[in-house]
Design a protein around this ligand. Structure first.
Ligand code: G1P
Length: 293
C-alpha cells in the first residue's frame, strides 16, 4: 500500500514560547519569512502527499488563514505595484488539500492522532510534528521520503530516530530494537518508552517527529491510557503496536530542528539565514563582527 495522507498535530499550547505564543500558534513562528508549519507542509508535498489533516485547537485560526487565499492582501499588493509577491502569498493556498480537525482538550499527542481516524480510515498515513523542521543533508532526500522508502519496502510502521546525548533522553520518546539485516540504522523495534528517566532509558535513540503508520495504530490508541504527564502518549500506543506487528525505526540522514525548544529555534533561524542567498553574506559578516573573528 502507498501512503497518500499525512496528519500534522499542531494543537499544543506552545508554553515554552510565551509570550510570543499568547495570541499566535507556535507553528506560525517564522524562520526568516516563512512559518514553521509551511516548511513542514512543503516537506509532505515534496514527498508526493497532498492530502493533509492538521489537528488544531483554540487560538490556531492563523493557521487556516495562512493556507487560504487573501483577496484583500492580493488587491493591496497589486495596487502598490508588488505583483511579484502576489504569487508567493497565493500559491501557499494551492500547496495541498488541507483539512482541519480541532482537539478540544489538551489530552496529549496520542489523543491528537486519534482524532485523525475518521479522515484517514483504513489507510497507512504519515505523521509530521508541526513544530519540527527536518533538513536533509546535502544530496539526501526529504526527511519523510526516507521513511516512506522504508514503509514501501517493508510495509510496516516506521519512525525516525536520532541519537541524542544521554542527558536528553528524558525529553523524548526512546526506542529499542535490533539491527535489521546487520544495518545499524534500521531497527526492528521491540520497545518504545516515552520520556524515560536517564537510568531507565534502554538506548539514546530519540523519536524525531516523523512517523509512518499502519491504520492499526488507531486501535492501539483506543487502548492507551494516560501516560507521562497525564497525557495519552503516541509512544505508548506505538509500544502496543510493536507487540502486535513488525515496526521499524530509521536513524536517518537529516538534521532535526525541534522548534518547541527555544535554543533549537534560534539555531534553525541562523542555519537557514546562512543558507539564504539574499542575506547570507550580510548575516555572516554580522556574526563575525559580534564574535570578533
Ligand atoms: C513528542 C513525542 C516524543 C518525541 C518528540 C519529538 O514529545 O511525544 O516521543 O520524541 O515529540 O519532538 P513533545 O515534544 O511533544 O513533548
Amino acid at each position: 500500500m502507498t501512503v497518500n495522507k499525512a496528519v500534522i498535530p499542531a494543537a499544543g499550547m506552545g508554553t515554552r514560547f510565551l509570550p510570543a505564543t499568547k495570541s499566535m500558534p507556535k507553528e506560525m513562528l517564522p524562520i526568516i519569512d516563512k512559518p514553521v508549519l509551511q516548511y513542514v507542509i512543503e516537506e509532505a508535498v515534496a514527498c508526493g502527499i497532498t492530502d493533509i489533516l492538521v489537528v488544531t485547537g483554540r487560538g490556531k485560526r492563523a493557521i487556516e488563514n495562512h493556507f487560504d487565499y487573501n483577496p484583500e492582501l492580493e488587491a493591496f499588493l497589486k495596487a502598490n505595484g508588488k505583483e511579484d509577491l502576489i504569487d508567493r502569498v497565493r500559491s501557499i493556498a494551492d500547496l495541498a488539500n488541507i483539512h482541519y480537525v480541532r482537539q478540544k482538550e489538551q489530552r496529549g499527542l496520542g489523543d491528537a492522532i486519534a482524532l485523525a481516524h475518521d479522515h484517514v480510515g483504513e489507510e497507512p498515513f504519515a505523521v509530521l510534528l508541526g513544530d519540527t523542521i527536518i533538513q536533509p543533508h546535502d544530496g539526501e532526500q526529504p526527511g519523510l521520503r526516507q521513511l516512506l522508502n522504508v514503509y514501501e519496502k517493508l510495509q510496516g510502521s516506521v519512525v525516525a530516530v536520532h541519537r541524542v546525548p544521554e542527558q536528553w533522553v528524558s525529553r523524548y520518546g526512546i526506542v529499542d530494537g535490533s539491527p535489521l539485516n546487520g544495518n545499524d540504522d534500521l531497527l526492528d523495534l521491540k520497545q518504545l518508552v516515552e520520556k524515560p528517566p536517564v537510568d531507565r532509558a534502554p538506548t539514546n535513540l530519540a523519536i524525531a517527529g516523523r512517523y509512518v503508520f499502519n491504520h492499526q495504530i488507531f486501535d492501539c490508541l483506543k487502548h492507551t491510557g494516560r501516560g507521562v504527564g497525564g497525557e495519552i502518549q503516541l509512544t505508548d500506543a506505538m509500544n502496543l503496536l510493536a507487540g502486535e506487528q513488525k515496526m521499524y525505526a530509521l536513524a536517518w540522514q537529516a538534521r532535526r530542528f525541534d522548534i518547541g525548544n527555544r535554543l533549537e529555534y534560534v539555531r534553525c533561524f541562523i542555519d537557514f539565514a546562512l543558507k539564504r542567498e539574499d542575506i547570507a553574506d550580510e548575516i555572516r559578516k554580522h556574526i563575525e563582527v559580534l564574535l570578533h573573528v
